[in-house]
Design a protein around this ligand. Structure first.
Ligand code: KG4
Ligand code: ZN
Length: 344
């Protein structure tokens, strides 16, 4: 196939990702994760993540080139996540990308992590529907965006709402901990919930009429997390066993209900017929099924990349970089800063 060969580097959290894309064809997606090293702390430890990126960068680069059957000298452009994310972790990727761009004499493109979670879908489902509503749900973010140009040019990525406390994935991880399930908890809750029944009516954050006035497209999951913890403590106090699978199913239902409700409301309010869901939590089987089911009745199309493309990876960065090249966006200078709180 044709188009420029773009290398993408992702180091915003605990995954060292290097992806290679030609046009919008995925050639390689090498990922090294330090998640095991963080598991005993119950969350990502920034210093541990930075060091792991340093160690994994060169081997992951080599693995991506080998898989794609290309040499670094064949690369036409370098794209890198320059925010938002963990400052030290981002720095490792940005420094590596600058070194490559300088050494190879190729343009450098700094890309926004949230926008790249959206752009990745074209590697699987073809050209992005623009405009679309994008819902990004992961361990670090829960956002609703209106996307008319994924490169961000001409205010192409507009935030409609975000979490005001915990991210959706964070809620999954914290509730999993309460239930004695391993970190990261999302996949474990997903699996447990399939064996359970929705028996407990947990709170849906920011859905009361009053909250909707100020927070129509915002999320809040910390109250839900506390409600689950209280429920489990109360049960433990009685000496009866905790019905883990039912709590998991009921909690998951509450999270998915709010996410899907607000995403579809955003689509309706913007008059947009395409909804894209990305980020690690988009791998959740109940979320995918519920979004599909409720959207169909409203004439809204739902796109969700396969789970491997939903979690952080380098291919998503290459996908957005490739789009920047194709749309003629101006490359970044070699002064490109890593910006932990970069906004869309
Ligand atoms: O996008 P991601 O890999 O990294 C971040 O940028 O945070 O997302 C990781 C998050 C974790 O909180 C994890 O528990 C959650 O995604 N997750 C899931 C599932 N798979 C991963 N949450 C719910 N259901 C899943 N199947
Ligand atoms: Zn992410």
């Amino acid at each position: 196939s044709d188009g420029p060969l773009v290398l993408g580097i992702e180091t915003s959290c605990d995954e060292t990702g290097v992806g290679l894309v030609r046009g919008q064809t995925l050639l390689a997606d090498a990922v090294a994760s330090s998640v095991e090293e963080h598991a005993r702390f119950g969350g990502v430890v920034p210093e541990v993540a930075s060091r792991a990126h340093l160690e994994a960068m060169v081997p992951t680069l080599e693995r991506a080139c080998e898989t794609a059957g290309v040499r670094l000298h064949d690369v036409d452009a370098i794209a890198v996540t320059n925010g938002p994310g963990l400052a030290g972790a981002l720095l490792v990727g940005v420094a590596a990308a600058k070194a490559l761009a300088l050494g190879l004499g190729k343009p450098l493109y700094g890309v926004n992590h949230l926008a790249s979670h959206v752009a990745v879908d074209q590697l699987e489902h073809g050209a992005l529907p623009e405009p679309c509503i994008a819902m990004l749900v992961s361990g670090g973010h829960s956002s609703l965006l209106r996307v008319s140009d994924v490169t961000g040019a001409n205010d192409g990525v507009v935030p409609l709402g975000a979490t005001i406390d915990d991210a959706a994935g964070e809620a999954f991880d914290k509730v999993a901990r309460v239930l004695g399930l391993p970190f990261p908890g999302g996949p474990h809750i997903d699996r447990a919930a399939r064996e359970g029944t929705i028996t407990i009516d947990f709170p849906r954050g920011l859905t009361s009429r009053r909250d909707l006035e100020r927070h129509r497209f915002d999320f809040s999951f910390s109250g839900l997390k506390t409600a689950v913890a209280r429920w489990v403590e109360a049960r433990q106090a009685t000496g009866e066993p905790v019905p883990v699978v039912d709590v998991a199913a009921s909690f998951q239902e509450a999270v998915c209900d709010v996410l899907v409700r607000k995403a579809l409301d955003a689509a309706a309010s913007e008059g947009i017929e395409d909804l894209l869901i990305g980020g690690g939590v988009a791998a959740n089987s109940r979320l995918r099924a519920m979004a599909e089911e409720r959207a169909t009745g409203l004439g809204i199309r739902v796109r969700v990349p396969r789970p491997g493309l939903c979690t952080d990876n380098g291919a998503m960065v290459a996908a957005l970089g490739s789009e920047m090249v194709r749309r003629g966006r101006i490359p970044s200078s070699l002064d490109l800063p890593a910006d932990s709180s970069l906004s869309v």
